[in-house]
Every structure is written in C-alpha cells, then in structure tokens.
Design a binder for this molecule. Structure first.
Ligand SMILES: N[C@@H](CCC(=O)N[C@@H](CS)C(=O)NCC(=O)O)C(=O)O
Length: 207
C-alpha cells in the first residue's frame, strides 16, 4: 500500500499526519502551502476539488476529511488499537466526537484565527465567546486522561489540533480549561506526535 498525505504545517491535517505516525505506516508527506494558495492550484484541485488539506492518497483512491482518514487508518490497522474498532457503540461515539470537532469546534476557532480580513472589535469578541463556549463543551467531554476515559484514541490527537491553536492564541485559560490543558500536554508527550511535529517543522506548545 502506498500512501501520500497532503499536509499544511500546523493546520488540521496534523490529525491525519499523526494518525499515520501512530499506526507506524510508511507514507510520503507533501506540503501544500496555504499562505501561498497552493490549495487552489489546478493540480491540487484535481486531487481535492474542495481545495483543503488534508488528503490521503491510497491505492484505492483519495480520502478527504480528517474524521474519515482517522477512521480508515484505525480500521485498516486494528492491531494498533487507534480506535475501538469492532465495538459498534464505541465506534459511533468516536465518529460523533470527530464529527463535532469538524463541524463545531474547528469552524468556531477557525473563525477567530483565520477570518480574512481578520475580525476586529465586537465581531472578534463575539467569535471568541462562541469559540470558548465550544471549548467549554470539549472540557466537559473529557472523561479521564483521554477523551474516552482510560483508552487513548485518534480522537485525542484530533482534539489536540484545536487545543494547540487555542493555546498558541492564549485562549486556553488554565483555570477555565484544566482538563484540556492537561490533555494537550499528554498528547504532546506522545512519541508519534513529536515525530509528526518535527516533520512539520514545529515544536510542542508550552502552557
Ligand atoms: N473538516 C475538514 C477541514 C479541512 C480544512 O478546512 N482545512 C484547512 C486547514 S485547517 C484548509 O486547508 N484551508 C484552506 C482554505 O480554506 O483555503 C477536514 O477535517 O479535513
């Protein structure tokens, strides 16, 4: 199986990139520079017409969406225990959480950090408040050391993309989000995450 992941350093594709590291798979990583607009070149749009990263090219074809890529990596490598493969109810919860990250948390923090032109004044305050309310929900959903209690899954790495962004923006207040802060530290201590960050030219973000 030959695998190529299309990533943009520091962007949400870190979730898919780290999944390949967690699974110990051989793959190539191709960088798409979002600031240069490389996601809108005809060559890239031919791979992903939505013009976003990540993409995972497999022998069967192209996969998009972190949530789908994480599920595929987990299901094709069941021995690696990346998700509760084989337990339909637990897998449904895994999909629900990842779906919420993609449709709830990501757009909310994305609006704060990546709106062009940048938000200012009341519009920015409102976007921050709405994003923080989503982080409140995430804080409540952490069931133990990991999102689903004692058992780490790829959903933990996906969540950490957005807690990393919030910490970088000084929005991950230690008093308001004690569980999310401890969780991000735990995720950043994982060897696979450290390999992924190094490959993207990044460092863990300290509290
Ligand atoms: N829900 C999608 C989100 C993909 C996405 O929005 N990626 C961003 C980077 S975090 C992107 O490539 N943006 C480029 C653009 O919008 O031009 C996924 O998980 O794959």
């Amino acid at each position: 199986m030959s695998l190529t992941v299309y990533i943009s350093p520091g962007a949400c594709a870190m979730a898919s990139h780290s999944a390949l590291e967690e699974a110990g798979l051989d793959y190539e990583a191709t960088v798409i520079d979002l600031k240069k607009g490389e996601q809108r070149t005809p060559e890239y749009l031919a791979i992903n017409p939505a013009g976003v990263t990540p993409v995972l090219k497999t022998d069967q074809g192209v996969l998009t969406q972190n949530a789908a890529i994480l599920a595929w990596v987990a299901e094709t490598n069941p021995d690696k225990k990346l998700a509760p493969v084989g337990d339909a109810f637990a897998m449904a919860r895994f999909h629900a959480f990842n779906g919420w990250l993609a449709s709830g948390l990501h757009p909310a923090i994305g609006k704060v950090l990546f709106s062009r032109p940048p938000l200012e004044g009341e519009a920015k305050d409102q976007a921050v408040e709405q994003a923080l309310a989503k982080y409140d929900l995430a804080e409540q959903q952490i069931e133990g050391d990991w999102v689903f209690g004692d058992g780490w899954t790829l959903a933990d790495n996906y969540l950490a993309v957005f807690t990393r962004w919030a910490r970088q923006a000084r929005l991950l207040d230690a008093g308001r989000y004690p569980k999310l802060n401890a969780h991000l530290d735990r995720v950043q201590a994982r060897p696979a995450i450290q390999r992924m960050l190094k490959a993207e030219g990044l460092e863990p973000v300290a509290a």
